[in-house]
Design a protein around this ligand. Structure first.
Ligand code: SF4
Ligand code: SF4
Length: 384
């Protein structure tokens, strides 16, 4: 059984349940990397205009406006090239490229194909579906908010999936701290006898699909785990016949007055969003993209909210703790949920062997009394 721990938490950081909106940015950036461009500079585009094509999907425009340039931007996954589009705020919509879908009469094979091609979800030979609404980041509520804001539609879709794919079970997983969601679901689940609610303890990493399955003792071979952001995209496509144009992120931490969930247009510049919606407590803060334990300190200039970004933490700057010599206490080894020996990460051969197993969870650095930062060794430095 994987060892899991509850992280110490600053109880004064509370994310408001009042969702803020940032859906009309002046400009957005659409990263493309190796995709083939389908538009040129100075072209008028609508919401839904195909912009790029990869081997498996078409990337469409989240706004209507005019293409301005191709330029480098920063994302949670590093530097990328992106198409800059100036918003004309007309919200023109391109005719939806996907025919309206009715879950009442769609054939199993057609739905299977749609979910595979659009969302990379393979329902073949699966009999258990799990909705993972757990946030690993202690100060973020993005996953649970997708459920809270859309629970009626989500339950309807999950119930249809149960029938169409003749599943044995659907389980919604929530943390015990997610009380608003638990109350809402308790009120409605009587109407959905095929859907079960599992309330789990507040342990770090249960939001990671592979760890969640191990915890529930459910084999990977016959189960499919859906994250709530993916179900939100499926819900928009199938029930609302809408393109993917927005997402939720949490902006939280001890350096701002109003930790919030924000519904944001995909591709918005982070700095503009923070300037417009966030009140800092202190000018001396740092911005962390992702999880407190394993996220990256970023420069918000030129950084965009892309599909992979779920949370930004704004934290008061601490005086840096300097690394000391290892005291061989063994805690980093004991805490690693996938049994890696962090002390051996200085060995290039060992690091190569374990780099795909490592969850980049940051627990080894979190627990170390000598403040050794294993993240930087994982990213390339030698000598622990
Ligand atoms: S970051 Fe990697 S090595 Fe460190 S505890 Fe997590 S899984 Fe183990
Ligand atoms: S937790 Fe830190 S001090 Fe303890 S064995 Fe690991 S690296 Fe050394």
């Amino acid at each position: 059984m994987t060892k899991l721990i509850e992280l110490e938490q600053d109880e004064t950081i509370k994310v408001s349940s009042n969702v803020l909106k940032y859906l009309k940015p002046n400009v957005i950036y659409v990263p493309f990397n190796d995709a083939k461009a389908l538009v040129n500079i100075n072209e008028i585009v609508d919401i839904g205009t195909p912009l790029f094509k990869t081997s498996s999907l078409i990337i469409t425009s989240p706004i209507s406006g005019k293409t301005k340039s191709f330029k480098p931007i920063s994302t949670i996954n590093g530097q990328k090239y992106a198409l800059e589009i100036l918003n004309d705020f007309e919200e023109r919509k391109r005719l939806e490229p996907i025919k309206k879908i009715s879950l009442n009469n769609i054939k199993k094979e057609a739905l299977e194909k749609l979910l595979y091609t659009q969302f990379n979800l393979d329902f073949k030979d699966k009999n258990i579906l799990i909705l993972n609404a757990i946030d690993d980041n202690i100060y973020a509520n993005t996953s649970s908010f997708y459920l809270l804001l859309n629970y009626e539609g989500f339950l309807e879709i999950l119930d249809k999936f149960f029938k169409i794919f003749t599943l044995d079970k659907i389980i919604i997983c929530l943390k015990e701290t997610s009380s608003e969601n638990i109350n809402k679901l308790m009120e409605c689940l009587g109407m959905y006898p095929n859907i079960e609610l599992r309330i789990l303890p507040n342990l770090y990493l249960l939001g990671t699909n592979s760890i969640l399955l191990k915890y529930l003792n459910i084999p990977m071979s016959n189960s499919l785990v859906l994250k709530t952001n993916t179900l939100y995209d499926i819900y928009n496509l199938i029930k609302r016949n809408r393109q993917k144009t927005d997402k939720l992120i949490t902006i939280s931490g001890n350096g701002l007055k109003n930790p919030s969930i924000i519904q944001v247009k995909i591709g918005s510049p982070l700095k503009n969003l923070i300037t417009d919606l966030i009140e800092l407590k202190d000018p001396d803060v740092e911005y962390i993209a992702g999880n407190l334990l394993s996220g990256k300190v970023i420069d918000i200039n030129n950084f965009i909210v892309d599909e992979a970004l779920d949370s930004i933490l704004i934290m008061k700057k601490k005086s840096p703790t300097s690394e000391k010599a290892c005291i061989h206490c063994g805690q980093c080894l004991n805490i690693c949920p996938v049994n890696i020996n962090p002390l051996l990460l200085s060995n290039a051969k060992y690091k190569n062997q374990v780099k795909d197993i490592c969850l980049k969870c940051g627990l080894c650095s979190y627990i170390c009394p000598a403040y050794i930062n294993f993240n930087k060794y994982l990213e390339g430095e030698q000598n622990v």
